[in-house]
Design a protein around this ligand. Structure first.
Ligand SMILES: *[C@@H]1O[C@H](CO)[C@@H](O)[C@H](O)[C@H]1NC(C)=O
Ligand SMILES: *[C@@H]1O[C@H](CO)[C@@H](O)[C@H](O)[C@H]1NC(C)=O
Length: 222
């Protein structure tokens, strides 16, 4: 299909030019690994696009992700996304393991393999154990066993129940809300809702646009 070949070609050419310009083998290799999305990747060269440069600054290695290439089809959406998710990733006061739990649980429930793939290592770095990650990936919504609750601890178990309700039904029952609120301030409850809610958006974005070709991929099991 012409469209598919075109969308493959653009990131390849861009990455080769970028790699030559910056003398970097890493960029070429990483960009060549993107699989086609439903839109072409827009990857402006460094120094040519202030919005792309601002996103680059936040990313590891100063390299745009497949997600960024999809977002940059709509530059103002990409800009607003970058500002908002900088806050979610860097400026919340909820614990880092709980933040990543919301992100990973949302990815698992929404079958969003790209989102899980980007965040499993972040979750581990924030202290989530392999056993806890397996629970987030494998346990059906709303049915944590007693053993699973013990492995998570009261605080993270409350966060899973909250993530399950807000993700699967939008309506969070009072007891689920108040069980999490035992551990968090009002400010942190707003942060919790914002994290779980915004990563439901990330799931929808990455799956509906087939970012990195992963819309039908199985979410990895840790
Ligand atoms: C930076 O690039 C290296 C080499 O490709 C890779 O192993 C590493 O995961 C990258 N770091 C980030 C934060 O993306
Ligand atoms: C957000 O967090 C970053 C990284 O820790 C920090 O540099 C920045 O000052 C924070 N921004 C605000 C407005 O607190």
């Amino acid at each position: 299909m012409a469209f598919t070949r075109f969308s493959l070609l653009v990131p390849c050419i861009v990455s080769i030019l970028l790699g030559l310009a910056r003398g970097s083998a890493v960029d070429v290799q990483r960009r060549d690994q993107f699989l086609p999305a439903r839109v072409p990747y827009v990857l402006p060269a460094p120094g040519t696009d202030p919005i792309a440069d601002a996103i680059r600054e936040r990313r590891g290695n100063g390299t745009l992700l497949a997600l960024d290439g999809a977002l940059l089809n709509a530059p103002l959406v990409a800009q607003g996304w970058n500002q908002f998710f900088t806050v979610i990733r860097e400026n919340l006061t909820i614990p880092g393991d709980m933040r990543e739990l919301f992100i990973l649980r949302t990815a698992a429930l929404n079958k969003a393999a790209y989102q899980w793939g980007q965040h499993e290592s972040v979750g581990r770095a924030e202290g989530l154990t392999t056993r806890q990650l397996q629970i987030l990936r494998l346990t059906p919504p709303g049915v944590l066993t007693h053993t699973e609750q013990k492995i998570l601890g009261d605080k993270l178990a409350a966060a899973v129940a909250f993530a399950d309700a807000i993700t699967t039904s939008v309506h969070v029952p009072d007891h689920v809300y108040h069980n999490l609120a035992r551990f968090l301030s009002n400010k942190q409850m707003v942060e919790a809702v914002s994290t779980a809610g915004s990563y439901a958006f990330v799931s929808r974005f990455t799956v509906a646009l087939n970012v990195d070709g992963l819309m039908n991929a199985l979410v990895p099991v840790p």
